[in-house]
Design a protein around this ligand. Sequence first.
Ligand SMILES: *[C@@H]1O[C@H](CO)[C@@H](O)[C@H](O)[C@H]1NC(C)=O
Ligand SMILES: *[C@@H]1O[C@H](CO)[C@@H](O)[C@H](O)[C@H]1NC(C)=O
Length: 456
Amino acid sequence: MLRILFLALCGLLTHTRADPGALLRLGLDIMNREVQSAMDESHILEQMAAEAGKKQPGMKPIKGITNLKVKDVQLPVITLSFLPGVGIFQCVSTGMTITGKSFIGGNMEIIVVLNITATNRLLQDEKTGLPTFKSEGCEVILVSVKTNLPSNMLPKVVNKFLDSTLHKVLPSLMCPAIDAVLVYVNRKWANLNAPMPVGQMGIVKYVLTSMPTTTANYLQVAFSPVVQQQEGNTIQLADAGEALEFPEGYAEGSSQLLLSATFLTTGLALLQKSFNVTIQDMKIGKLPPQTTKTLAGFIPKVAKAYPKPKPLVTQIRINKPPKVTMKTGKSLLHLHGSLEMFAARRRGKAPVSLFLLETHFNLKIQYSVREDRLLMLTSLDRLLSLSRESSSIGAFSEKELTGFITDYLQEAYVPVVNDVLQVGFPLPDLLDIDYNLAELDIVENALVLVLDLKLD
Ligand SMILES: *[C@@H]1O[C@H](CO)[C@@H](O)[C@H](O)[C@H]1NC(C)=O
Ligand SMILES: *[C@@H]1O[C@H](CO)[C@@H](O)[C@H](O)[C@H]1NC(C)=O
């Protein structure tokens, strides 16, 4: 009984965590491109033309006209607009030529221009839970009709033809095209729930918080991402406490992906292991040789204990989950842990600890996107604290080491962190979004990737 209650409570808790870790606003540009490419991929026009060329059940022959054919279905122009709370209104403007032989032996041509309109309602697929568009209320509107028939046959014959044939036949001919195109658009949500690897350490899954919503300017998708270690443990997202908000003023039609600092923090927890390192190179970057002699320049006592220079070995252990913070224009990675320096001894003998310092330092993060992954490149921002926990060479003031440790972290440790971060952070996979051209914007508690297709 208690167990059931506990499970029920857990269920409640996970479902009531309202603040999503990531938010995506899909603007009209991306939806236009999606529908256009679905149109191309589905080869819908060729199919429509082929279908139109067939004998149609409702297509009554026109008196005196034989060999009726549909040809030259025109490249459609698609116009979309958002319908708040519903989905997307779609208008496909196209045209076609209907040919035949008239009884006087001449070639007849009727050129029709038409609009096919429908409402693409955004729903949740019952089976997959993924968003899906379903068309409703498809209509065919004749925009213009031109013909080369002799004017004395007009308008009677053409009108009759239009009335009895086009109005009846076109919707059943054209409306399935809208559905066929939506099948292709809907397929592009399919990978949304797929787990995406973060190196070998675990996965990120972009789970929908709720059904996407539509406003007059965008379609909004909220995610409660799941971060899981390779062994299957889920790392809970800390509650950021603040609602995520998009800044105002992005270009009309553009799309934005917002990733909360909390979510990035959770994702980086997967990599925490790799931030514990032992460095034993003598020569590191621009640093002087890593020996007890160099160290003695900062703490003279070292020279007494080691009259003959010994190579240094440094162990850095990160003992709190790394934390990402963001303030407008600046993002930091906070690391807390210990730094222990050893003097190496001859082969086979364990190095001797010189001292252990507790430390807190910040790395500045620069974000970029490569191959649809978010990359982070860090550099040392500040060494915030240094306190001596133990020492085998006697007491000394940590302050003497500030410069030495600062340089050491930048030259020796930051490259290690950058190497670990190279795995990149996966971004939501939907609608073939190409994040590589995104502009990045650091705002309060979040990173925004701005996609403006007009700038492509
Ligand atoms: C047909 O569609 C085009 C593009 O959306 C629009 O400009 C035009 O007004 C429509 N015509 C009719 C008759 O609905
Ligand atoms: C990294 O070091 C910290 C602090 O000693 C320790 O708690 C943690 O278990 C270490 N992680 C790994 C993977 O060794």
